[in-house]
Design a protein around this ligand. Sequence first.
Ligand code: PLP
Length: 423
Amino acid sequence: MKIETACIHEGYTPKQGEPRQLPVYQSTTFKYDTSDYMGKLFDLEAEGYFYTRLQNPTNDAVAAKICAMEGGVAAMLTSSGQAANFYAIFNICEAGDHFIASSSIYGGTYNLFGVTMRKMGIECTFVDQTLPEEELAKYFKPNTKAVFGETITNPTCTIFDFEKFARLAHGHGVPLIVDNTFATPVNCRPFDFGVDIVTHSTTKYMDGLGVSVGGCIVDSGNFDWMAHAEKFPGLCTPDDSYHGITYAERFGKGAYITKATAQLMRDLGSIQAPQNAFYLNLGLETLAVRMERHCANALAVARFLKSQDKVAWVHYADLEGDEYHDLAKKYMPKGTCGVLAFAVKGGREKAIKFMDSLKFVSIVTHVADAKSCLLHPASHTHRQLTDEQLIEAGVAPDLIRLSVGIESADDIIADLKQALELI
Ligand SMILES: *Cc1c(COP(=O)(O)O)cnc(C)c1O
């Protein structure tokens, strides 16, 4: 199926007389006739649902849809994008391990990796993703277990070079994990470029209407854990907490997601509510149409901003002449997403006056849904930082992150124009 069809039909195929729409299985438990069968479920010897913390049919249908859209072999939903990124790393790293992440990533992920996971004894080295391969290779250590980046970085809107990082990761015997939230599989399929595992905050474009927080992890099944068994004992040696199962032997290409479900979800429990999975599925059904409109609108808005005297700069990789235009065209020929970054001349004060003068383009701590919105990290998410600290964190003090919605592009431009005229 092409992606436009997959968005609608993958994951759930009703049989004769069954509901046309995916049902919400609002049930914590599932009934079995014999104690023996139930025992087999616990041993992972039989397939079936037993408790929603581990698996639920609504969630599984939605995970299967996202899995098909990404071209993966197995997937799981999580309660949030934060939980997805945490599980994705924690599934293969334990205390004493190390991993490498691009420093240009979502602030929440930066904090999770740099502060919270450090407290758990897992060390993350943040790297400048624009460095040449030989420079980046110096950051690998014997205990390095993964490499992480974001397809399109939030909030700086730069593009991650998959092939460069896939060569580096695979050359050092570790998987490449990419957060594909902003591009979505409609615009980018990282597995086609050597990425091994993809994560999502489904809260953004996938849900698309700002109604439910959620996450997802998808495995390509391409990374050969057994070939690097000494690095990944959790997958390649028997799990005492699961009757001595060796995931990579028993489940092959499904090993990574099976372990994340059987171990991490069992013990940490960050499940997505089936009702939220239902909302997510509604969002997915229109994703392909919405992404096309988000991109067309964002390009029109980027061109408008670029032509304005009061605008200092615009970063949008689909814009001709943008520093990341070639990488964007290579990995996302249909377009990147609806998020762009720009600045008005005159610093924080003018930026605030501009934002406060907008009519329907609103100031919210969110991105990537139907309604146009914006955020000024220096005044909002990063307001505790000085200008110098902001620059160090890779966020220009004047940067405004604009998430272009699917309203009329003319109306969005008119709103931005009247606010620019007031500064
Ligand atoms: C929002 C976001 C997250 C975190 O997702 P939540 O669903 O809010 O937990 C992770 N990565 C990226 C790129 C995001 O934009």
